[in-house]
Design a protein around this ligand. Structure first.
Ligand SMILES: NC(=O)c1ccc[n+]([C@@H]2O[C@H](COP(=O)([O-])OP(=O)(O)OC[C@H]3O[C@@H](n4cnc5c(N)ncnc54)[C@H](O)[C@@H]3O)[C@@H](O)[C@H]2O)c1
Length: 312
């Protein structure tokens, strides 16, 4: 039985708690949140222990923790959890700065702990299917991937803009589907309704040749989560929400058979399997750091109206 804890029981933390509580071979040993009422109520609901100080929970000795506190706290909480000998799944983005991301990565390596970053869309059944399709070469060489992730503003998000809150999802997915790193970014964005940027168009060059285009905003009254991958041999249209993939080529229109499943459940089961097998999970710390670096470069690019080079 693996002993698991969750630190941060807010909007996303609740989902981690629910899924771990239902996972075979996993004991949800505790949950921690500074909101005393919230954590007590959830602990009663899921039959586990409540903590308002996550350090007390870590002191119990846990095999693994999910870190789902606000992004600016990821470094502090993740490095303390690693020092307490727990394997760590930290939510996206890995941290609020590249320096803080490096500190988490270094701590995990130094303590020989497994570190995973919560880029949940990699575990979306439609993305898993499209990755297979691309690797099988069904679309030929991919030359362009573009995404649309728009919808109404969520008033809960107060500490970052639309690029770090939701753009980072597609920045990671485009790099993942290509299997390549971003080396140049140019972004146009603005903060027309909110204090942080609430709309952005980000153009990325990957491996000096391949195109990635991310369109995000908090202005559109309805939610859209779509991706288009253009290959020399055909085009794929993916819908993240409906978990569908449709392929078009010169002779055919085909719809992929996909079993719908909750992406976070796939992600947490995979994390637990990696701990059992002692294998380094993906996305790992450096994958998370790259997605963060590109996101921060996109913010610089729109503020300075210039092309930004991404160096390793
Ligand atoms: N993967 C995804 O799709 C996804 C979706 C939403 C949020 N997130 C990420 O998850 C993280 C949390 O976001 P959220 O939307 O759940 O935010 P939230 O504000 O709803 O929840 C954060 C929780 O952390 C608690 N907290 C703050 N300081 C704490 C401390 N010192 N110890 C214990 N608990 C503390 C707060 O009381 C709150 O309940 C962010 O990094 C965000 O980017 C990821």
């Amino acid at each position: 039985m693996l002993k698991v804890g969750v630190i941060g029981a807010g909007a996303m933390g609740k989902n981690h708690i629910r899924i771990y509580s239902e996972m075979p071979g996993v004991e949800l040993a505790g949950i921690a949140d500074i909101d005393r009422e919230l954590v007590k109520e959830l602990a009663e609901q899921y039959g586990t222990r409540a903590f308002t100080d996550y350090r007390e929970m870590l002191a119990m000795g846990l095999d693994a923790v999910s870190i789902v506190v606000p992004t600016k706290m990821h470094r502090q909480v993740a490095t303390e959890a690693i020092e307490a000998k727990a394997h760590v799944l930290v939510e996206k983005p890995i941290a609020d700065t590249v320096e803080n991301a490096d500190a988490i990565i270094k701590a995990a390596a130094a303590s020989n702990r497994l570190l995973m970053v919560g880029h949940i869309e990699r575990f979306n059944p439609a993305v898993i299917k499209l990755k297979e399709i691309i690797e099988e070469g069904l679309l030929g060489k991919i030359v362009s991937i573009s995404t649309t992730r728009v919808g109404p503003y969520n008033p809960r998000i107060r500490d970052v803009g639309v690029i770090l809150d939701i753009g980072v999802h597609d920045i990671d997915i485009i790099s993942y589907l290509y299997g390549k790193q971003v080396n140049q970014v140019y972004a146009v964005a603005g903060a027309d309704i909110h204090s942080f940027e609430d709309h952005a168009t980000i153009h990325m060059r990957l491996d000096h040749e391949f195109s990635g285009l991310v369109d995000v905003n908090w202005l559109t009254p309805h939610k859209v989560r779509k991706l288009t991958a253009v290959g020399v041999g055909g085009v794929a249209y993916l819908d993240y929400l409906n978990q569908t993939v449709e392929l078009h080529d010169s002779g055919w229109v085909r719809k992929a058979k996909i079993e719908n499943r909750e992406p976070l459940r796939n992600e947490l089961e995979y994390f637990i399997d990696c701990i059992r097998n002692g294998t380094q999970p993906k996305p790992c710390g450096t994958d998370g750091k790259h997605a963060l670096k590109v996101s921060l470069a996109a913010i610089n690019s729109y503020k300075e109206a210039k092309l930004i080079e991404i160096t390793e």
